[in-house]
Design a binder for this molecule. Structure first.
Ligand SMILES: Cc1cc2nc3c(=O)[nH]c(=O)nc-3n(C[C@H](O)[C@H](O)[C@H](O)COP(=O)(O)O)c2cc1C
Length: 304
């Protein structure tokens, strides 16, 4: 599939600009740089550092039906080339978010991908119902790396049948493309991606954090109050590249949003070479002019 038709709209570009548009199935973004859910909230804190409207899309922190205060502290621990977090999906709840954060994002004019998370299939479906027809919301990212309370707390995305069931319910009511965000903590990530797509997902987001744990040897206690947490950062980039590669090999036409350890535009290019259409990132140098220019060249070279 062609990510960008280099002829389409080329006349609208200045001579110093490169056409960075990417197509994720029916969803076209102006460029392949999106935020990784949870690393950006809805963007208010970050907005004073750069113009959020220039992102391909903002992927917001996962929303749940009810507001969540999150897990007890400490909720973060530094690790070699990365970090562990156990935030616990702290968020204001979908209703409050729709009332306060979405209007703010709409005013900026940036495409919004809403990440949703639930404890049951019914919760995911209800969240998707809330998002029906919301202006500015261009896609749903179903964060299915969450424990399924109807199934002994087995993470939805660890099982193909649970993945299929939850994505089927979301796509049944969604009015925008749905991306399934998968955990790398599985034996066969391509099989899980296949189940998501068979259930109606437009594409997949790869990868969520890996489950990890760290112990303070002085206190002999786990560094996180929740004991275990999600490992992220540069340490996991090879896992992300591997997961993107495996899914792309199995499902070459399925759009993949890649994330995991992205720090620089070179990291985005690496994920795109593995098969991703977009790179989700969390760190700050995306807006540095030189970096941006390099991203433009890299992405343009990757158009298929
Ligand atoms: C503090 C923190 C909070 C996160 N919250 C979410 C979340 O709410 N929903 C989600 O799908 N992923 C969440 N993630 C996972 C990221 O979106 C991303 O998939 C993962 O961190 C790998 O990317 P990175 O190495 O660039 O951080 C969170 C990650 C971090 C570090």
């Amino acid at each position: 599939m062609t990510a960008v038709d280099p002829r389409a709209g080329a006349s609208r570009l200045r001579s110093d600009q490169v056409d960075l548009r990417v197509d994720l199935g029916p969803l076209r973004l102006d460029n392949p740089i999106v935020t990784a859910s949870g690393c950006f909230a809805s963007g208010r804190e970050i907005e004073r550092f750069f113009d959020i409207a220039r992102l391909g899309a903002v992927v917001v922190k996962s929303l749940t039906l009810e507001p969540r205060g999150g897990l007890p502290t400490p909720r973060m621990a530094e690790t070699a080339s990365g970090m562990l977090n156990a935030i616990g999906l702290q968020n204001p709840g979908v209703e409050q978010w729709l009332a306060t954060e979405l209007p703010w994002l709409q005013a900026l004019g940036v495409p919004v991908v809403v990440s949703i998370a639930g404890k049951t299939v019914a919760e995911y479906r209800m969240l998707a119902e809330y998002l029906r027809g919301q202006p500015g919301v261009v896609a749903i990212e179903a964060n299915i790396s969450c424990p399924n309370v109807d199934d002994r707390n087995v993470v939805f995305a660890c099982r193909a049948d649970a993945t299929r069931e939850v994505i089927q319910q979301v796509t049944r009511v969604a009015t925008v493309p749905v991306f399934a965000k998968l955990t790398p903590d599985v034996t066969d990530i391509a099989g899980i991606a296949e189940a998501a797509v068979a259930a109606g997902a437009t594409g997949v987001s790869l990868i969520n954090t890996l489950l990890g744990m760290a112990i303070d040897v002085e206190t002999r206690r786990p560094k996180l109050a929740a004991v275990t947490g999600g490992l992220s950062g540069p340490a996991i980039k090879p896992v992300a590249v591997r997961a993107v590669h495996q899914v792309h090999q199995a499902l070459p036409d399925v759009p993949i949003i890649g994330m995991g350890g992205v720090r620089t535009v070179t990291d985005v290019a690496e994920l795109m070479l593995a098969g991703a259409k977009c790179g989700g990132r969390r760190h700050r140098d995306v807006r540095q002019p030189a970096g941006r220019h390099r991203a433009a060249r890299g992405a343009a070279a990757l158009v298929r």
